[in-house]
Design a protein around this ligand. Structure first.
Ligand SMILES: [Zn+2]
Length: 186
C-alpha cells in the first residue's frame, strides 16, 4: 500500500478533551500529505496539535466542532458520508465519530469507493490559483454564481467563474443540503 487511491483504506485519528490529536495512524498522514500537496506530516509531529490546525475552513470547522460536541454530550456515535476528491480521483468516504472515555473522540474514515476523474485536468487547475471558487468540503460540489451547486468543474467555465486570465483559488465551504443532512444526523 504505497498510495491512498484504493477503496477500503481506513484513516483513524482521535482527539482528547481539548481537541488535541492523541492518536493518528499512518494512513492519516499519508492521506493528508497527498491532499495538502506534499507537506510532510509524520504521526509524531502532529500528536498534541489541535485538530483545528488541520480543519481550517470556517464552515467545515464549525460543522465538525458541532459534531464533536454532540458526540461528547450524547455519547452517541455519529455517521455520515462525505467526499474527499483529489485532482485525479473522486473518493467516496464514510466517517464514524465515536465517543471515548474522558471526552476523547475517535474518528474513523473509510474510503468506500474511488472513481478516476475524467475532468482531471480542469479539476487540477481548480486546485491552485487565484480567482475564487467555492467548493463543498463534504460532497465536493462546486458553487455556481447563481447559488446552485454542480459536480462538474466545467460548469464553472460556462458560468464565467473561470476565465483564461485568472486562475481559480479554491475556498472550501459546506453546501446547504450537506449542512441539513449533517444537522439531521445529530
Ligand atoms: Zn455538499
Amino acid at each position: 500500500m504505497t498510495n491512498s487511491n484504493h477503496a477500503g483504506l481506513v484513516v483513524t485519528y482521535a482527539i482528547d478533551h481539548a481537541d488535541k490529536l492523541v492518536n493518528v495512524n499512518e494512513e492519516w498522514t499519508r492521506f493528508a500529505q497527498e491532499n495538502e500537496g506534499g507537506t510532510r506530516l509524520h504521526p509524531e509531529s502532529v500528536i498534541g496539535q489541535s485538530l483545528w490546525t488541520f480543519v481550517r475552513e470556517d464552515t467545515l470547522q464549525q460543522l465538525y466542532q458541532q459534531l464533536v460536541t454532540t458526540v461528547r454530550q450524547s455519547h452517541v456515535q455519529v455517521n455520515f458520508d462525505f467526499r474527499c476528491d483529489s485532482p485525479r480521483f473522486r473518493r467516496h468516504m464514510h466517517m464514524t465519530m465515536t465517543p471515548r472515555e474522558d471526552n476523547h473522540v475517535q474518528f474513523t474514515s473509510v474510503t468506500t469507493r474511488i472513481e478516476t476523474r475524467n475532468d482531471g485536468l480542469r479539476a487540477a487547475a481548480a486546485f491552485t490559483g487565484v480567482t475564487h471558487v467555492t467548493r463543498c468540503s463534504i460532497c465536493n460540489l462546486y458553487k455556481l454564481s447563481d447559488g446552485r451547486w454542480s459536480e462538474v468543474a466545467a460548469a464553472l467555465d460556462q458560468d464565467g467563474l473561470l476565465n483564461s486570465n485568472q486562475r481559480p483559488r479554491l475556498i472550501w465551504g459546506v453546501c446547504n443540503p450537506c449542512k441539513e443532512r449533517l444537522a439531521a444526523t445529530t
